[in-house]
Design a protein around this ligand. Sequence first.
Ligand code: ATP
Ligand code: MG
Length: 190
Amino acid sequence: MATEHSRRLFFALWPEESIAERIAAATALHERAAGGRAIPPRKLHLTLAFLGSVAASRLPCVRAAAGALRGAPFELLLCRVEHWARPRILALAPAESPPALAALVADLWRALAACAYEPETRPFRAHLTLAREARPPRGVRLEIDPIAWQVRELCLTESITDPRGARYERLQSWPLAHDNLGAPASPNAL
Ligand code: ATP
Ligand code: MG
């Protein structure tokens, strides 16, 4: 019997090229100080939900889950360079995670439950990985001038293993549109 084809998938936010270039320029010194493997601008992304290996038969459910989301666009002010010791990454994070982002991640996992995916147990920490196998960067300020990123869509992405670092293919995007006006109010809404 043939084994079912599966793909390594995750939902992410992808900055447009101009924002990715600004991030790379603003963090070049940090990347140099941290060493390791810098992520090129075209690969910079913010992971919302990592699914891992997804069998082809489950893909329609995953797409439907994303399609049913009622999100809203929001702004991320990227300004904090962080070193995360355990995964040994250098990351760029927003000063504050806007409620719309937390709501998007929670809604996404709720929708994915219909496809039998379980939410992460770790709390979500919004970040873009800048470099891997990174040391703590010394002698550089960890604040950068805020880069305002207008987030307008989420994207289902495939990660293709490559010895030089994963390659990413964007499979489908969904706009975060203000189209939730007709949606029933949450029972918990005040
Ligand atoms: P590589 O593993 O080749 O260094 P990568 O980590 O970017 O590259 P993937 O492992 O396929 O590629 O991960 C894709 C995205 O999902 C990345 O943003 C990664 O940080 C994130 N990710 C990977 N594994 C997990 C996980 N177990 N939980 C949450 N996020 C994850
Ligand atoms: Mg990985």
